[in-house]
Design a binder for this molecule. Structure first.
Ligand SMILES: C[S@@+](CC[C@H](N)C(=O)[O-])C[C@H]1O[C@@H](n2cnc3c(N)ncnc32)[C@H](O)[C@@H]1O
Length: 291
């Protein structure tokens, strides 16, 4: 689904998808193209994608994510062990791209005043059901991370576990918006696919060990329907790009965590696997603070 497309393409430059999941069938996805897409196109495509994929995403990963748990990444790092956000009790915390909001519910259990924000009504519907099932309720907001509907200085902390940042064309805008809604000295910690993964096919096996595209190629990964309309978009930034966007937003980068794949972890999660995890990082967690 994400990362470098496989070789071989149609006359119009579309690379046919090897296999088809339910969301791709629903959205009429036929292949992958290499072209620029606007912010608006990206947001519209990804809102439809996450609405269509919510059910299957949670069927595949819901058990690992837990109902009120803060898992940072497929490597299994949890906030309960990592403590990247610091003191939580009484803090106002924004989770950006919360999905079904297990992290926000965990934060609430720790005594934080957590708010979950996501673009997709389909994902947020699962958050509503989970709140009912667990009895842990957090305010949920449907919005785009590049336009946060909150006043300046509203939050002590902001966090994101693979939510929104890789799925927007203008991730610099997400950095600026988070900096705006954080109070001075507030922390912003976000996890994304490690930029190094961009150069490999999205394959957890041997095929995922061979470089097929340039790390410096910022053209997004774009799946399209028969008419060429984007149905899923993911945007690549190099490590340097991410640092520059963070600094330009008035944030200080305090740490970059690259979780190791634990020897005892045998599961695969999409393109993440023990095979690849033993050789190179799959996740980058940026720990920032507002000046
Ligand atoms: C991989 S999921 C991660 C969600 C959650 N952390 C989890 O593990 O379930 C990515 C989430 O980002 C959300 N998202 C994508 N683009 C977004 C945007 N522009 N603004 C806010 N959320 C967005 C999607 O709707 C989806 O719920």
């Amino acid at each position: 689904m994400t990362g470098a497309p496989q070789p071989g393409h149609d006359d119009d430059g579309t690379v046919p998808l090897g296999s088809c999941c339910r969301a791709e069938a629903v959205l009429g996805t036929v292949g992958v193209v290499n072209r620029l897409v606007s912010d608006a196109e990206t947001i519209a495509a990804n809102r439809r994608w996450w609405d269509a994929d919510a059910e299957d995403y949670l069927a595949a990963h819901g058990e690992d994510l837990g109902s009120a748990d803060f898992l940072w990444c497929p490597e299994g790092l949890r906030e309960s062990d990592a403590g990247l956000l610091g003191e939580l009790a009484g803090r106002a915390v924004l989770e950006v791209g919360c999905g079904s909001a297990p992290c926000a519910r965990w934060l609430a259990v720790q005594g934080a005043r957590a708010v979950g924000l996501d673009l997709s009504a389909g994902m947020l519907r699962h958050a509503v059901h989970a709140a009912r099932d667990t009895g842990i309720s957090v305010p949920l907001v449907q919005a785009d991370a590049t336009r946060l509907p909150f006043a300046e200085g509203s939050f002590d902390l902001a966090c994101s576990a693979f939510g929104a940042v890789p799925f927007v064309a203008d991730s610099a805008a997400v950095m600026r918006e988070v900096a705006r809604v954080l109070r001075p000295d507030g922390r912003w910690v976000f996890a994304v696919t490690h930029p190094l993964r961009w150069i490999f096919p999205d394959d957890p096996g041997e095929a995922g060990l061979t470089v097929v595209q340039s790390y410096f190629d910022r053209a997004p990964y774009v799946e399209v329907d028969r008419l060429g309309n984007p149905t899923y978009v993911e945007h690549h930034r190099t490590l340097g790009d991410r640092v520059r966007e963070i600094v330009a937003a008035g944030l200080v980068l305090e740490d970059l965590v690259e979780p190791r794949w634990p020897a005892a972890l045998h599961r695969e999660w999409g393109q993440w696997s023990p095979l690849r995890g033993a050789l190179f990082p799959g996740t980058a967690i940026f720990c920032c603070r507002r000046r």
